[in-house]
Design a binder for this molecule. Structure first.
Ligand SMILES: NC(=O)c1ccc[n+]([C@@H]2O[C@H](COP(=O)([O-])OP(=O)(O)OC[C@H]3O[C@@H](n4cnc5c(N)ncnc54)[C@H](O)[C@@H]3O)[C@@H](O)[C@H]2O)c1
Length: 332
């Protein structure tokens, strides 16, 4: 049984607490949070003990830590945990700052400890099936990848202010999905963003709606569309046009009933948000981490993957500000 310390008992920390405790080979042993009451409440639900993050990292009885704290703490905690001999699963993104993330990658790499990044969408069964079909050559060579990712409602502006902006906080998942599906990193990135959903997000210096286009060395293209608001729920779709056909992963709906009457044809909405849509993916992500740690094999999503996606977010942020395409070699 692996003993796990969870750092951060907020929105995503609660999701991971469930996955860790539901897994037959891991025990949620200790929880920390900067707000002690948050850790106490979650620890009571799972029978874990409450410790500070430093205490968990220094605790020789803990085998691995899951970092679910705000983004600006990730690099410091990854470095401290790996230097203390812990395996790490850390939430995305690696850091707000690309240069800091690269330093973290080097420092953690030098310890030899496994570090996995929390790109949970790689573990969604629909996207995995799409990738398997593409890798098997079923639609030929990729020519145009389209990723749609709309949240149902924007986060509080207080979160936006510390998030690093839409490209680093939200679209980072889609950058990683593009890398995962195509197996390559783009050559150039062009981005345009606006704040039509909530003017306060614009006043905070961020955008809530954005489109990115990416060009690859092999001549193929990708487009990513993000919005912080979709009135009908969490819209998560992928479409891959290849030389011999099209692969599409549609939304997961609340139910599969379609009503057809004289008034028209209607069906259920997409599931509400990430908790509903991706709970199976978070469990599969945790299982993949656990298997890698126990078998000594490589983790399936690396710090290198995290740095690559962050570099793409950096390029998109610069492109949206300057209004010109940004070459990946300018940032990476
Ligand atoms: N993969 C996903 O689907 C997904 C979804 C949401 C958030 N996230 C990522 O997870 C991270 C946390 O996001 P959230 O929405 O859960 O935020 P949150 O604010 O709800 O929770 C973060 C918690 O960490 C605590 N904290 C702060 N510093 C700490 C420290 N040094 N040690 C221990 N606890 C500390 C805070 O008090 C808070 O309770 C962010 O990096 C975000 O990008 C990922």
């Amino acid at each position: 049984m692996l003993k796990i310390g969870l750092l951060g008992a907020g929105r995503i920390g609660r999701v991971h607490a469930e996955a860790i405790s539901a897994h037959p080979k891991t025990e949620l042993t200790a929880i920390s949070d900067a707000v002690n009451d948050a850790a106490v409440g979650l620890a009571a639900e799972y029978g874990a003990r409450v410790q500070s993050s430093d205490e968990i990292i220094g605790d020789s009885t803990i085998d691995a830590v899951l970092i679910a704290t705000p983004t600006d703490t990730h690099s410091d905690l990854i470095e401290a945990a790996t230097q203390a001999g812990k395996a790490v699963l850390c939430e995305k993104p690696v850091d707000l700052d690309l240069e800091r993330a690269k330093i973290c990658q080097k420092a953690a790499g030098a310890t030899g400890q496994p570090v996995m990044l929390g790109f949970n969408r790689r573990f969604d069964p629909n996207f995995q099936a799409l990738k398997a079909a593409y890798d098997a050559g079923e639609v030929g060579k990729a020519e145009l990848l389209s990723i749609t990712s709309f949240d149902p409602a924007p986060p509080p502006v207080s979160y936006v202010k510390v998030s690093g902006g839409l490209f680093r906080d939200m679209m980072i998942h889609d950058f990683d999905m593009a890398n995962y599906l195509t197996g390559q990193i783009p050559v150039t990135i062009s981005a345009v963003g606006t704040s039509v959903v909530d003017p306060e997000i614009g006043q905070a210096g961020d955008v809530d709606t954005a489109v990115v286009t990416m060009a690859y060395a092999d001549g193929s293209l990708a487009v990513i569309k993000n919005s912080r608001r979709a009135a009908y729920g969490y819209d998560q779709r992928v479409e891959l046009l290849g030389s011999r056909g099209l692969l599409q992963a549609h939304n997961v709906l609340e139910n599969s009933v379609v009503k057809s009457t004289a008034d028209g044809v209607t069906g259920a909405k997409p599931t509400y948000f990430f908790l509903e849509r991706y709970m199976a993916a978070y469990r599969a992500e945790w299982d993949a981490f656990t298997r890698a740690i126990q078998s000594g094999s490589n983790v399936p999503v690396t710090l290198e993957d995290g740095v690559a996606a962050l570099a793409m977010a950096e390029a998109a942020t610069r492109s949206a500000k300057s209004g010109r395409p940004v070459a990946m070699e300018e940032v990476f």
